[in-house]
Write a protein that binds this ligand. Structure first.
Ligand code: ZN
Length: 390
């Protein structure tokens, strides 16, 4: 049952705990947790695990060999309802601790490595749970799933698998990633594939035996034109051939050419179509006597802008209006995050619900201090109305 006075309790709780929230924020920003720094990332994990335990959240730390550990916390595990997922990552892109990386506040803005991406969001998620406890909520379980190696797409570890297993069967997922300064809430993210292709021809002296040579560079050039033509921005298909290597001397017909590129896709369907066409272009002989070979690909899944995601967004939007948070809007972006994991399981997912700010992944990164309590309040009130989703 959702009651008006719960809102008052939540607001007061967040107001009274603002200083404590900021001090936890400072504590974890001041620990360097660049992805390769397993020690630092695990230290952030330990601090958050201790905070969770203080609030009666059951904690499980899943050890990773090389990468940062994964933190899983469950509150209200006795409930028979489907859990709500709070996602995040504890690593940052900053591999070195510098003075500029330390937490500080100037004119209402917080600075420091990972302050926006996404240590502020981690703090919010814990206080959302505490505020729910404060107002007597005892509906769904809340499950935290924090990765220690998100910025390198979990490569070389089992985190993605762990996350998928922990998230499966939940009713909604909130990813407390970098919040948009303009209050855009992310409902879709493009997936990406990085590929390498090679053309093979026959080397020959370009003056003495021109007819013997099969120019691999020309073959690739023709393929590149076709690959670039796959760009269809409106339908969420992007192609960028970006690196090319071929040839040694101007009097030798090049026998080998390697090209690398990246394609992006909005849906799984778009991925299939793009991949099929890339293979086709690669295999079709573009210069007689040459051959094209698809060498490799690494892939980040897309977060499809599904009806489910939009439903969760609409609920948040209505809460934002009703509680005086102000207008929010749905946004689809190019870059990836872990939100593809719940989204591809069909779970209503919103991303970028952490502190608001700008310039993540750079030294200029900052977050708006007041957005911490405001976003916290917005998510708590959304969870109190989550039954409307079903
Ligand atoms: Zn992030």
């Amino acid at each position: 049952m959702y009651m008006g006075n719960q809102r008052e309790i939540i607001r007061r709780f967040l107001y009274e705990n603002q200083a404590e929230m900021i001090s936890l924020w400072k504590r974890i920003v001041d620990i360097n947790s660049g992805t390769p720094n397993k020690r630092g990332t695990d230290e952030v994990c330990a601090v958050l695990a201790a905070e969770m335990k203080k609030s009666g959240i059951q904690v499980k730390i899943i050890e990773e060999e090389e990468n940062g550990n994964t933190l899983v916390g469950t509150w209200n595990p006795g409930s028979t309802e489907k859990p709500v997922i709070f996602m995040g990552h504890m690593d940052t892109v900053f591999n070195e601790q510098t003075e500029n990386g330390k937490f500080r506040i100037q004119n209402g803005k917080a600075y420091g490595h990972g302050v926006l991406d996404m240590k502020g969001g981690l703090v919010i998620s814990i206080y959302v749970c505490r505020a729910l406890q404060e107002c007597g909520y005892c509906g769904r379980p809340v499950k935290f799933v924090f990765a220690g190696d998100e910025e390198t797409a979990h490569s070389g570890g089992k985190t993605a698998e762990t996350m998928e297993n922990e998230i499966r069967g939940s009713c909604a997922a909130f990813n407390f990633e970098t919040g948009d300064i303009q209050d855009g809430i992310v409902v879709g993210r493009l997936g990406a594939g990085v590929f390498t292709i090679e053309t093979r021809g026959v080397a020959a002296h370009s003056g003495n035996n021109p007819a013997d040579g099969k120019n691999a560079l020309e073959a690739m050039a023709r393929k590149i034109v076709e690959l670039q033509n796959l760009n269809d921005i409106e339908n969420g298909k992007l192609m960028n051939v970006a690196v090319i290597q071929a040839g040694e001397k101007t009097n030798i017909i090049p026998e080998r050419c390697v090209a690398k590129g990246c394609f992006r896709f909005k849906t799984k369907e778009a991925y299939k179509e793009l991949k099929q066409k890339i293979l086709q272009i690669c295999e079709t002989v573009s210069v007689p006597g040459t051959q094209g070979v698809y060498i490799s690909e690494s892939k980040i899944e897309c977060m499809e802008p599904s009806r489910e995601n939009y439903r969760l967004f609409r609920l948040m939007e209505s809460v934002a209006e009703e509680t005086g948070y102000g207008p929010i809007h749905a946004k689809e972006v190019g870059g990836g995050s872990d939100s593809n994991i719940p989204a591809s399981l069909g779970i209503p997912t919103v991303c970028g619900v952490g502190v608001r700010g700008e310039y993540n992944h750079t030294e200029r990164e900052y977050a708006v201090v007041d957005s911490m309590a405001a976003r916290c309040e917005l998510i708590v009130n959304t969870i109190l109305r989550l039954d409307e989703l079903e």
